[in-house]
Write a protein that binds this ligand. Structure first.
Ligand code: ATP
Length: 424
């Protein structure tokens, strides 16, 4: 059977993955066999999310009625139900619903009624608390279908220390990453010298280690020195897979969805207030503004170095009319030129404009020239892919350490839309 839970936490505490880890242990104590524990990230643009829009699916073998009772009891005991924004959902289904609902919740927006329709069709047991919104994530979790997967080891804190500063040896985290990168990633951000895998929120998570296999995350974990965890759980996850992205066409992007689009840089990038960098990308007469926000740090230099006529593929969420960049692929670099008035051959002074369409004039000797000076500038970029640093990376975004998936490379090279799993 597939057990789904979601919407159990609040900004003040708790985490659905912690409840998943506790539930795994309670089920095992009752003789239920655990086949897999999945951490399922859903549409990162959903406004109701507490932090990372995570839901949990546990695949198990045992008596469904008992499991449903145990799961509800676990959620009722641990969820932050006093918070008005916490609306838990619990699902236990002996039939795995078709993956369409998972893809809808991953890439689009869904309603509670749609979730209930899926659950009724599957003959699932389910319980929605309060406004029942958590049924959306819980249903998507049981319907989830990972064509690509990664793993995350999550260590949880003892209850007695929740809310206090976390004791994790920073050097040991850097060592863990050095020993296992690129098979693990985002434990730390080496470029910016900061820890990424230890949260600052008052939830039970002590640290998380993301990687390519259970063996690699366990190897990295063995280097980490910290306060004694209460328990640890390795989740199978859709993190780091770009599962949220679909190939898109500029001009037809829809608010709150995430895309990979190809286009031509249509203007010189601009650094705005707050250090955010933006540029226009065009395709077929339509344009979209691409944004590299300040937290993306050095990635903004990539955006700044683009020039008009560069051909790029841009990945990110379309929000408020802009594509918020997660990754950029450069397919073609245009010649970058600087056009200036020429230097006067007689007096070596730079000429000035003689007026619109009238060429240039030397203010010293009166010499004239029609042609400007055209300087070809060295490009400080190379064709290929560039990404935001680990500190700014979205959970679902695929790190370049994992390589670029074939469909993304095809979009970059030809702009050809190619097949992904069900399109929405
Ligand atoms: P955490 O990551 O700490 O567990 P969270 O960020 O996952 O918290 P939740 O508290 O689970 O946030 O809130 C997300 C809510 O949005 C849930 O009720 C979930 O059912 C709902 N939801 C998830 N995806 C969608 C979607 N695509 N459309 C509509 N609602 C969604």
């Amino acid at each position: 059977m597939w057990i789904g839970i979601d919407d159990t936490d609040s900004p003040a505490g708790m985490c659905t993955t912690y409840i998943g880890a506790v539930l795994v242990r309670r089920l095992q104590r009752c003789g239920v066999r655990i086949v897999d524990a999945r951490l399922v990230r859903l549409n990162p643009n959903v406004i109701h999310k507490t932090r990372g829009n995570a839901a949990v699916c546990i695949e198990a073998e045992g008596d469904a009625e008992t499991v449903f009772a145990l799961t509800c009891a676990c959620v009722e005991a641990l969820a932050e139900c006093d918070d008005p924004r916490t609306n838990p959902g619990v699902v236990v289904s002996s039939v795995r619903p078709p993956p369409d609902f998972y893809y809808a919740a991953l890439r689009d927006f869904c309603t509670v009624d749609e979730a209930i329709g899926v659950l009724e069709s599957a003959g699932a047991r389910y319980r929605g608390y309060k406004n029942r919104r958590g049924l959306i994530g819980a249903t998507a979790a049981v319907a989830s279908d990972f064509s690509d997967r990664t793993y995350e080891l999550l260590a949880y804190r003892k209850r007695s220390v929740w809310g206090t500063p976390r004791q994790v040896d920073v050097k040991s985290l850097f060592r863990a990453e050095e020993m296992t990168y690129p098979h693990t990633w985002d434990t730390v951000d080496r470029e910016n010298g900061v820890v990424v895998g230890v949260p600052h929120t008052p939830d039970p998570v002590l640290f998380g280690i993301r990687g390519e296999s259970p063996a690699w995350v366990l190897k990295a974990r063995s280097s980490v020195r910290s306060e004694e965890p209460a328990c640890e759980q390795v989740y199978t996850t859709n993190q780091g897979t770009d599962a949220h992205l679909v190939p898109g066409t500029i001009g037809t992007l829809r608010e709150g969805r995430s895309y990979l689009v190809r286009g031509t840089v249509a203007g010189t990038p601009v650094t705005g207030p707050g250090g955010h960098v933006s540029f226009l990308l065009s395709d077929g007469g339509a344009e979209v503004r691409c944004m590299a926000y300040e937290p993306t740090k050095g990635f903004r230099d990539v955006a700044r170095r683009l020039v008009p006529d560069d051909v790029v593929a841009a990945a990110g969420s379309y929000k408020g009319g802009s594509l918020n960049l997660e990754k950029l692929g450069i397919s073609h670099l245009a010649d970058a030129v600087r056009i200036r008035p020429p230097v006067c051959l007689d007096c070596a002074k730079r000429m000035t404009s003689a007026g619109a369409g009238k060429g240039y004039k030397c203010r010293v000797c009166g010499e004239r020239s029609r042609e400007p000076e055209v300087e070809v500038l060295e490009r400080l970029l190379r064709p290929g892919w560039y990404e935001v640093p680990p500190t700014a990376r979205r959970h679902l975004a695929r790190p370049l350490a994992r390589g670029v998936s074939p469909w993304e490379q095809a979009v970059l090279q030809s702009g050809r839309e190619c097949d992904r799993e069900p399109r929405r």
